[in-house]
Design a protein around this ligand. Structure first.
Ligand code: ADP
Length: 448
């Protein structure tokens, strides 16, 4: 087992990893930009290293700064969290070239899954059902039109290198296609430095269902059921729950086994998420994330496992600490993402947190790096906390969510908390009756 781990991230996820290290008796090293000298992850880790100025490109995204920090502190392994360098295959290669361990999958698997076209090809070949669409990149509008006629409108044009919901455009008819194609391309070029795009059938009313998998890197893998992340704004998740309100045990076992078998066959190592759109009882693969997800705590809650601990164990060469039969669902969990944003437009709202009080009590988990007197810097993501509630069933989880939102105090900045109060009161949310477009439709009315 490692003696010292460096955490190449900030905010709540850096704290999450520090906590796992502490429970495992592993020393932790925080890295931080000059804007984060007073951050909670720096205070909680055993050691810290300043790796650069505020812009992420010169600090949290700088492979050289991070590897140097490992050398200075003698850390043997790097946990990347999510975002930043977590899905950067060349960083992983560099880490390995320096004799360090990356806590995550092998560079080759990150590379395959990071390109959405090779990801789809690979998954299809491994028996995973995919969204109908182009088999590879689409070079020009004419080819796009031919494919769209075959699969039928509406279609969605997506960036091969896409992420974070950017570089996606829908076309309802051939008349829309040219502009959608060109916009998707130019957005992809600006956002990802790669203008390759592909086409998929646009599904009208799907749910976003993702399967958590875990591989030991030696050909064994298990699944930990699904999360329903259909409540999205601009293709970004807002609330996640597990198990999915519309997935039964048989469906879970079937799609879970398909995913676990697929990743076992390629010798995948560590945590991963296979994302699907789910419509009329059918699953359609859209992408795989080769890292820990923001919403992993809902899975931890219902299975009673620590996924970060498991990532660290597997990266150090130990076997999985659970088999498929050990993984039994207990109750229901819901996570809400609390962002420092001002409603109704979700404008980022950094600034001084005059007072912070986290909710507590049975079945409540608050993952946040806030504290009273903390100044949220303007340079990074607006996620300031995740509130996760766990109950014996969905109804109890919703009641607990309402109760714990009432206890939460974030004074000084605007947050998305009022949104969740409003959502809990909605009959569709209470009934679990929503698809990936529900929230946008609701926002257009409720916050008009
Ligand atoms: P990203 O990597 O940017 O998150 P994804 O491929 O995971 O992109 O898609 C993000 C979201 O975009 C999905 O959860 C879904 O809401 C929407 N989406 C993606 N593909 C389709 C599709 N074929 N039909 C309908 N919606 C889609």
């Amino acid at each position: 087992m490692f003696e010292k781990i460096l955490i190449a991230n900030r905010g709540e996820i850096a704290l999450r990893v520090v906590r796992a290290c502490q429970e495992m008796g592993i020393r932790s090293v925080a890295v931080h930009s000059t804007a984060d000298s007073d951050a909670m992850h720096v205070r909680m880790a055993d050691e810290s290293v300043c790796i650069g100025p505020p812009p992420s490109s010169e600090s949290y995204l700088s492979p050289l700064a991070i590897i140097s920090a490992c050398e200075i502190t003698g850390a043997e392994a790097i946990h990347p969290g999510y975002g930043f360098l977590s899905e950067n295959a060349s960083f992983v290669q560099m880490v390995e070239d320096h004799g360090l361990t990356f806590i995550g999958p092998r560079a080759e698997h990150i590379r395959i899954m990071g390109d959405k076209i090779t990801a789809k090809e690979t998954m299809r070949a491994l028996g995973v059902p995919c969204v109908p669409g182009s088999d590879g990149g689409v070079p020009d509008v004419e080819t796009a039109k031919t494919i769209a006629r075959e699969i039928g409108y509406p279609v969605i044009i997506k960036a091969t290198a896409g992420g974070g919901g950017r570089g996606m455009k829908t076309a309802r008819s051939e008349g829309d296609l040219e502009i959608a194609f060109r916009t998707a391309r130019s957005e992809a070029k600006v956002a990802f430095g790669n203008d390759e795009v592909y086409i998929e059938k646009y599904l009208e009313k799907p749910r976003h269902i993702e399967i958590q998998i875990f591989g030991d890197g030696k050909g064994q893998a298990v699944h930990l059921g699904e999360r329903d992340c259909s409540l999205q704004r601009r293709h970004q998740k807002v609330l996640e729950e597990a198990p999915g309100p519309v997935i039964d045990a048989e469906t879970r076992a079937r799609i879970g086994a398909i995913c676990a078998d697929a990743v076992a066959k390629i010798g995948y190592s560590g945590a991963g998420t296979v994302e699907f759109l789910y419509e009329n009882g059918e699953f359609f693969f859209i992408e795989m994330n080769t890292r820990l997800q923001v919403e992993h705590p809902v899975t931890e809650a219902i299975f009673g496992v620590d996924l970060v601990r498991e990532q660290i164990r597997v990266a150090s060469g130990m076997p999985l600490s659970f088999g498929q039969d050990d993984l039994v669902i207990n109750g229901h969990a819901i996570e809400v993402r609390i962002n420092a944003e001002r409603l109704p437009n979700f404008a980022p709202c950094p600034g001084l947190v005059k007072m912070f009080h986290a909710p507590g009590g049975l079945g409540v988990r608050m993952d946040s790096a806030l504290y009273s007197g903390y100044k949220i810097p303007p340079y990074y993501d607006s996620l300031i906390g995740k509130l996760i509630v766990h109950g014996r069933d969905r109804e109890e989880a919703l009641a607990r969510l309402r109760r714990s939102l009432g206890e939460l105090i974030v004074d000084g900045v605007d947050t998305t908390v009022p949104l969740f109060y409003d959502l809990i009161g909605e009959p569709d949310i209470q009934a679990g009756n929503y698809d990936i477009h529900w929230l946008e439709r609701w926002l257009a009315q409720a916050y008009a």
